[in-house]
Write a protein that binds this ligand. Structure first.
Ligand SMILES: N[C@@H](CCC(=O)N[C@@H](CS)C(=O)NCC(=O)O)C(=O)O
Length: 205
């Protein structure tokens, strides 16, 4: 068995890591969990991820959770694929900014919009801005270059690109031209297509 094991529910946020693993090209093994049957909340899986969420990635003895952390890790662990911006490169800071921007800014702003609270949080007290401001920032970056880091496709595109694709699919993110063009560009990547085909097969099984 491969020493990379993805705990996956098909389709879900762990599909993002499935795509990342296809980009990396190293052999991996998938352990499928059925969220609808609560398999993620059973003791066996809680021993892997006590939060009972997917994805989790086991690499040897290490268990990594959180989509963005896993994608950052894989990009650094398999540098030959040039999906990272290595330590020592000035642009690495920008790359990390985008990797953190997904889960800590876009996702909460999208959740605010999807599940409005009775009382809006104080803008200065939360770590993100309102939905429109956040999306304008991403759209501006994508209007200037094919990828978040310019010509180079990186793990940041896997994380943020997946968020935009799923967001538009579930009508949580507006279909702005910048997002549609970007989503089409990254979905056409052979690794993204392989991951989508595997996911289709797994969710049908
Ligand atoms: N912050 C986590 C979120 C993971 C997450 O919410 N996964 C969902 C699937 S999309 C899940 O496991 N839901 C099952 C549950 O909450 O019981 C990450 O980025 O990896």
């Amino acid at each position: 068995m491969s020493d990379l094991i993805l705990y996956h529910a098909s389709p879900s946020r762990s599909s993002i890591v499935l795509w990342m693993l296809e980009e990396v090209g190293a052999p991996y093994h998938v352990k499928l969990l059925k969220l609808s049957e609560g398999e993620n909340l059973k003791p066996d899986y809680l021993a892997v991820n006590p939060m009972g969420k997917v994805p989790a990635l086991k690499h040897g003895d290490a268990v990594i959770t959180e989509v963005a952390a896993i994608c950052t890790y894989l990009a650094d662990e398999f540098p030959a694929k040039k999906l990272n911006v290595p330590v020592g490169t000035p642009l690495r800071g920008i790359y990390l900014k985008w990797l953190f921007f997904g889960p800590s800014v876009i996702e909460p702003a999208m959740t605010d919009r999807a599940f409005p609270r009775k009382e809006a949080p104080r803008a200065a007290s939360v770590g993100w801005r309102d939905f429109d401001t956040v999306l304008d920032i991403v759209a501006k970056a994508l209007a200037q270059a094919p990828h978040l880091m310019g010509e180079q496709f990186t793990a940041a595109d896997v994380v943020i690109g997946s968020g935009l694709r799923y967001g538009m699919m579930f009508k949580l993110i507006p279909e702005r031209k910048e997002f549609l063009d970007y989503a089409a560009r990254i979905a056409a990547r052979p690794a993204a297509q392989r991951a989508a085909a595997k996911d289709k097969e797994m969710s049908a099984a």
